[in-house]
Design a protein around this ligand. Structure first.
Ligand SMILES: [Zn+2]
Length: 386
């Protein structure tokens, strides 16, 4: 685990392993070699996803897929993504070395470009699951040497897969604070984003009397304050105002236009709807300026497979590991895949809830417990799936 984390690592800064970069290819080669040493048959698809397969005894049985992604955010940690790929490799290796013959073929996967970038997040898994609904910009595709045909060719037949299992770091503090080793996501939160624009009139910041100003910043600040104040008291939903743009953006000019982004996440659609309604209501009440909230991203929450959740619960119980159900507040490769293949996830704790930066880590014993749950869940699924 730590060996892969050295590939793309910059001391004191973090992991630099963005998709389609040299360090990305280096880690993919490293994992491919490890897969081959473990006796898996490897292949790389047309967009760059890596697969390692262990044949099952029944050629008609569907494949059980497990893994995560090998790319990182810029200056990221060594576990986000890679842990799930190494865990998949370990699970398959353990099963093979045990001599146990499973009916279903097993496949470990290292997806590419899960982290947001010019191709859009979860790119590799969206290509695999046929969920690239709008093509990334031509320049972005050209920059990584891909074509529309490559994306189409990466689409797998979902009917050949019986399950997808992804082990991932929680990236939040829930399990760590409770001192638990494993959590079972029931759903991956939906993400809705708006861009709000407040239009006023820019003017001299000294000579324009206060009561005559159409100050876009004033109304933007009122909207943001009222909405965040309301949202802070809501449960089961989180929100963020993370981007703001001021025109013309000068200390001595009253702002004529302010744009800001709004993001809402929840595993319950009605909670997202309520937050949107409240935002629209506040936006419609501004006095001096014109304000609009425009929707630009709407990814609904994704429910994970109840059958797989129960399987993970059962094997955790057998291993005497307490594993509560919980939502996933971050998006994962599991989100697009869950639309076409029954999907489950296993979370392990993130120390201090830290992720997407160099200090992201998980205790060894928690990783081991997570891998044991994954391995046993695969074996159990082999028994219960067609
Ligand atoms: Zn990830």
């Amino acid at each position: 685990m730590k060996r892969q984390g050295q590939i793309g690592w910059k001391e004191g800064k973090g992991l630099y392993r963005e998709a389609y970069t040299e360090s990305y290819y280096e880690v993919r080669d490293f994992v491919k070699k490890k897969m081959e040493e473990a006796g898996l048959e490897t292949r790389i698809d047309s967009v760059g996803n890596l697969f390692g397969k262990l044949e099952g005894t029944d050629p008609n049985a569907k494949t059980i897929l497990t893994g995560s992604h090998l790319d990182s955010v810029t200056a990221g940690g060594i576990l986000d993504g890679a842990l799930g790929v190494i865990a998949a490799l370990e699970a398959l290796r353990t099963i093979k070395e045990s001599g146990k013959k499973l009916k279903h073929s097993l496949e470990a996967v290292g997806f590419i470009a899960e982290e947001g970038g010019p191709l859009g997040g979860t790119f590799g898994s969206r290509a695999f699951s046929g969920q690239v609904k709008s093509l990334p910009p031509q320049d972005a595709l050209k920059a990584v040497g891909l074509t529309k045909e490559d994306i189409e060719a990466a689409k797998a037949d979902p009917n050949k897969y019986g399950a997808y299992l992804e082990l991932h770091v929680e990236q939040g503090p829930v399990l760590w604070r409770k001192g638990l080793s494993v959590g079972i996501p029931t759903a991956i939160v939906g993400i809705t984003r708006y861009m709000c624009t407040v239009k006023g009139v820019s003017n001299h910041a000294g000579t324009t009397p206060m009561e005559e100003r159409k100050d876009a910043m004033y109304d933007a600040a009122v909207i943001i304050h009222k909405w965040l104040e309301y949202m802070r008291n809501q449960k089961g939903v989180v929100c963020n105002v993370g981007y703001i743009e001021v025109e013309p953006g000068h200390p001595c000019i009253v702002p004529g236009e302010v744009k800001f982004s709004v993001e809402i996440r929840s595993d319950q659609e009605e909670k997202i709807k309520d937050a949107e309604d409240k935002l629209k209501q506040i936006v419609s009440q501004v006095n001096d300026c014109n304000a609009v909230a425009e929707l630009f991203i709407q990814k609904p929450p994704v429910k994970l497979s109840e059958k797989i959740i129960e399987t993970i619960e059962e094997v955790s119980k057998d291993l005497e590991i307490e594993a509560p159900r919980m939502p996933s507040w971050a998006s994962h490769d599991a989100s697009p895949i869950a639309h076409v293949i029954p999907t489950g996830m296993i979370f392990v704790p993130s120390i201090n809830g830290i992720s997407h930066q160099k200090d992201e880590f998980t205790e060894d014993e928690d990783m081991v417990r997570g891998v044991n749950v994954l391995t046993n869940a695969i074996i159990k699924l082999d028994e219960i799936l067609d």
